[in-house]
Write a protein that binds this ligand. Structure first.
Ligand SMILES: Cc1cc2nc3c(=O)[nH]c(=O)nc-3n(C[C@H](O)[C@H](O)[C@H](O)COP(=O)(O)OP(=O)(O)OC[C@H]3O[C@@H](n4cnc5c(N)ncnc54)[C@H](O)[C@@H]3O)c2cc1C
Length: 435
């Protein structure tokens, strides 16, 4: 069913930010007959040219938000090529040579290339898209007139009965409620939590990543069919390299992670990459990694930040969602999925609000149900990197324990029952209403 912005609810919502979180929220609101306007700071909707993968929970949430999202996603999604690997999220392999292990002071847990684990992700397995193509799927579902581009939200304040937004171009807009979906450097998060609040600023996680793409033919030439066409994680001390196919298998997406002590030390979080830095970082790594790195096209380097747990995701009629609320490292491939889950819950709750006075109750229910889960994703995501990089104090380099842990540690994310989560949120909202 084509969406329209024909108002039914007696209130209007401003959605700030047109990434995956903001677009999914706008789609969800319109399905629930909640009129909304989406304000995006950039002059056009854009995403970086890299892959993003979604777990079974995120794909189910897409379908619940709007089956057209799932249909569009399925059209562009790429899975592992080998039928026997279709349900695997990643094959986990050792990625460093034994001599390199010696330099770390750790005993080599095995030979380069040794298979450590194969993790099954429901019946979905590894399922990835090119970010820009997925954004296109979402943008096409937004009816004319809903999105306003070139609108950088600088301030949100309550004036009388209305929320007033002030934009960088000096203009203003009014709404009854505001949902901030403006990413990890969120302005709305600052407004909600306070500018010098210790819970506001993103924190450098001690990890950074080189990202790039490789034409699949070249990848197959150097890695062979199995390693190139099916998702792989090459693990080593203080680093790991992951690869997965995107664009219907025409391209291999690469992310090569390293650990850095101390602060990031640069205002910019994404920098052009110097290849010599990357080669130095991975000196002594194994055959697969050493054949992947030189082939990475247009690579850049990303500092990885996440958020300390916010004490609340709403205040009055302002709420935050997606990375604005709980920016996470990518180590579980779950950050964008959490934004989609948020969008499903908040839009359905607002769809049951019949007066402006009840908006806050919907936000309270959203906060109660979404905050614990999304913040657990942030902390377990950091923890996951410690396992992949042999920094976990309990597991160390015990491959048997690492295998057992990896094989079950993501199930709580992937198995989530979203309709049940919505029901819980609705119950919270009903209780609040009856008080
Ligand atoms: C290296 C890396 C790999 C990742 N891989 C995965 C993965 O495989 N799977 C996964 O699920 N997640 C992954 N993530 C996380 C995922 O990218 C994010 O969780 C997701 O993109 C967040 O979406 P969002 O809409 O909340 O924020 P964003 O995508 O950051 O969108 C925010 C939008 O708001 C706009 N904006 C910003 N400020 C303002 C303002 N003041 N006013 C108006 N508009 C504004 C921006 O222009 C942007 O369009 C990864 C992250 C990184 C860093």
């Amino acid at each position: 069913m084509a969406l329209t912005n024909t108002p039914k609810m007696p209130f209007h919502v401003a959605v700030c930010g047109g990434g995956i979180g903001g677009l999914c929220t706008a789609i969800g609101l319109l399905h629930n007959n909640v009129p909304c306007t989406l304000y995006e700071s950039a002059a056009a909707f854009e995403e970086i040219g890299a892959g993003v993968s979604f777990g079974p929970n995120a794909i189910r949430a897409m379908n619940l938000l709007d089956p057209e999202i799932k249909i569009g996603y399925d059209r562009i999604a790429t899975k592992n090529a080998w039928p026997e690997k279709q349900k695997f999220w990643f094959d986990f392999n050792l990625g460093m040579k034994e001599e390199a292990w010696e330099k770390t002071g750790m005993k080599a847990p095995g030979k380069d290339g040794l298979r450590v684990a194969q993790v099954v992700a429901g019946d979905v397995g590894q399922c990835s898209v090119h970010r820009a193509h997925f954004l296109d799927v979402l943008v096409k579902l937004i009816p004319e007139g809903v999105a306003k581009l070139g609108k950088r939200v600088e301030n949100v304040e309550k004036k009388g009965e209305k929320m007033v937004l002030t934009f960088g171009d000096g203009t203003h807009a009014e709404a009854d409620a505001v949902i901030g979906c403006d990413g990890v450097k969120s302005r709305t998060r600052q407004i909600l939590l306070g500018e010098s609040h210790e819970n506001t600023d993103p924190t450098f996680t001690g990890k950074y990543a080189y990202r790039g793409l490789i034409p699949m033919e070249k990848a197959v030439e150097v890695l062979g069919d199995e390693l190139a066409r099916n998702a792989q994680m090459h693990m080593g001390h203080h680093g790991h390299v992951l690869t997965f196919p995107i664009e219907n298998g025409r391209t291999m997406n690469v992310v090569a992670f390293r650990t850095k002590d101390g602060e990031w030390g640069n205002e910019k979080w994404v920098l052009p990459m110097k290849k010599e830095d990357m080669f130095r970082d991975f000196a002594g790594w194994g055959d697969s990694v050493m054949s992947i790195l030189p082939l990475m096209e247009k690579p850049d380097v990303w500092a990885l930040f996440d958020h300390p747990p916010a004490p609340t995701y709403y205040k009055g009629c302002l709420a935050i969602l997606g990375d604005a609320a709980h920016a996470s490292t990518p180590h579980q491939g779950a950050g964008a999925g959490q934004a989609i889950e948020d969008a499903y819950i908040i839009s359905n709750l607002l769809g049951q609000v019949d007066s402006v006075d009840d908006i806050e109750k919907a936000f309270k229910a959203y906060d109660t149900i979404r905050r614990p889960r999304s913040q657990k994703v942030v902390t377990t995501s950091r923890d996951a990197s410690y396992i992949y990089e042999f920094e976990d104090e309990t597991l160390g380099s015990d491959l048997k324990m690492i295998k057992e842990t990896l094989e079950k540690r993501y199930d709580w994310i992937w198995d989530e029952d979203m309709p049940n989560q919505l029901e819980q949120a609705q119950n919270v909202m009903a209780l609040k209403r009856n008080l």
